[in-house]
Design a protein around this ligand. Structure first.
Ligand code: ATP
Ligand code: MG
Length: 358
């Protein structure tokens, strides 16, 4: 039996016609790190708050460690759920020292045990010299680590983190991702992470859950999610992609598009001659003078370590004028000099091509 079982969890606020969370069902194993990823308003925080017990579900059930924590007859209080929460704004107590912030939830321990636990947590996050400091004396990243240490100090069964990196600059974010993943794994904590940043989700988690409009779209290992998005929403939300219309070939080995046949590596649940939509990642297109596909460069965007090039495929001036052009965004390494309106040829590596549902 999974450590945390969530079944058909729903939430509607104020009798709204649309559900903030709609039939959310998921099994989480002990020690697993899960990310909820999705656009603003898709129901991530609401889901987290229902697991923590801060928000009452409208329907559904949750079982943790073989014990019902919520169903139509049961609603275990937040403080009895053994769930720690880290909020977006850290929410440290400004008038308490770092040590007192960390030991705040350790009410049942002796004074010495509390002190020892605080030191242990501070050593884990490399801030053992800050026990007597106050939160305002620490940087944002340091405060964030304290907030996590505080949540982990009582050894909760599960820790929930709501957008923990959103207040940090991008270089600090990279370090924090590593630190947080290390802390969670070191403590073997089951964790659910909320983010709308794909990089956070991918770097830190065993499985990613993509949500949209209150509903789970896909649950998968980060690499699988990237390579095999199940629908157009996931394909576009998780990284950049080209969504291309085509028709499945008779032997289902490829898809005929307006610019030629695209070979498939993986089988899909489709039938011959069916109209399909392909997701083709920009980095799966590789420039090659003798490449199978060709077009005219219509846009070049220099992104630092690579350049993004928009290619107008099989472009004729007449087709362009009639708005019939098909475009492909491709990723090109910076040693290539790419000019606007130059002809360009490329191949598509099949590994990052997926047939996606609407
Ligand atoms: N207390 C509330 N009362 C009424 N509606 C709410 C309440 N909290 C959230 N909602 C609505 O529920 C939906 C989901 O909100 P939620 O905060 O869970 O989204 P989110 O995925 O966490 O978004 P964000 O990335 O912006 O934090 C939204 O439409 C929101 O307006
Ligand atoms: Mg939120």
């Amino acid at each position: 039996m999974a450590f945390l079982q969530i079944r058909q969890l729903c939430k509607y606020y104020n009798q709204q016609s649309t559900k903030a969370v709609n039939e959310f069902t998921l099994d989480i194993e002990e020690g697993e790190i899960i990310s909820l990823l999705g656009p603003s308003g898709c129901g991530k925080t609401t889901t987290l708050r229902m697991i923590a017990g801060f928000e009452q579900p409208s329907a559904g059930s949750m079982i943790k460690n073989d014990q019902v924590i919520y169903d139509e007859n049961t609603n275990v209080a937040p403080e009895k759920r053994s769930v720690g929460m880290v909020f977006q704004d850290f929410a440290l107590f400004p008038h308490l020292t770092i040590e007192k912030n960390i030991t705040f939830g350790l009410t049942k321990m002796s004074r010495q045990a509390r002190k020892d636990r605080a030191l242990e947590m501070l050593q884990l996050i490399g801030l053992e010299n800050y026990a007597k400091s106050f939160p305002h004396e620490l940087s944002g990243g340091q405060q964030q680590r304290i907030a996590l240490a505080r949540a982990l100090a009582p050894k909760p069964d599960i820790v929930l983190l709501d957008e923990p990196f959103s207040n940090l600059d991008s270089s600090m974010k990279d370090q924090m991702r590593k630190d947080v993943a290390y802390m969670l794994r070191e403590q073997k904590t089951t964790a659910i992470f909320v983010t709308h940043d794909q990089k956070d989700a991918f770097a830190i988690s065993d499985r990613v859950i993509v949500m949209n409009q209150g509903a789970i779209q896909q649950v998968d290992h980060p690499k699988v999610m990237y390579k095999r998005p199940c629908n157009q929403f996931v394909a576009s939300f998780v990284g950049k992609t080209n969504l291309i219309n085509g028709i499945m070939t008779d032997d289902e080995s490829g898809v005929m598009t307006s610019f030629g046949n695209v070979q498939l590596l993986h089988s899909s649940n489709t039938s011959p001659k069916q109209e399909v939509k392909l997701s083709i990642r920009p980095e799966s297109c590789q420039i090659n003078q003798q490449g199978q596909y060709s077009g005219i460069v219509s846009e070049v965007y220099y992104a630092g370590e690579y350049q993004e090039v928009r290619v107008c495929l099989n472009c004729t001036p007449e087709a362009c004028l009639q708005g019939e052009k098909e475009e492909m965004l491709i990723r090109v390494s910076i040693e290539h000099d790419i000019e606007l309106n130059q002809p360009i040829s490329f191949d598509i590596m099949p590994d990052l091509i997926a047939v996606v549902n609407e």
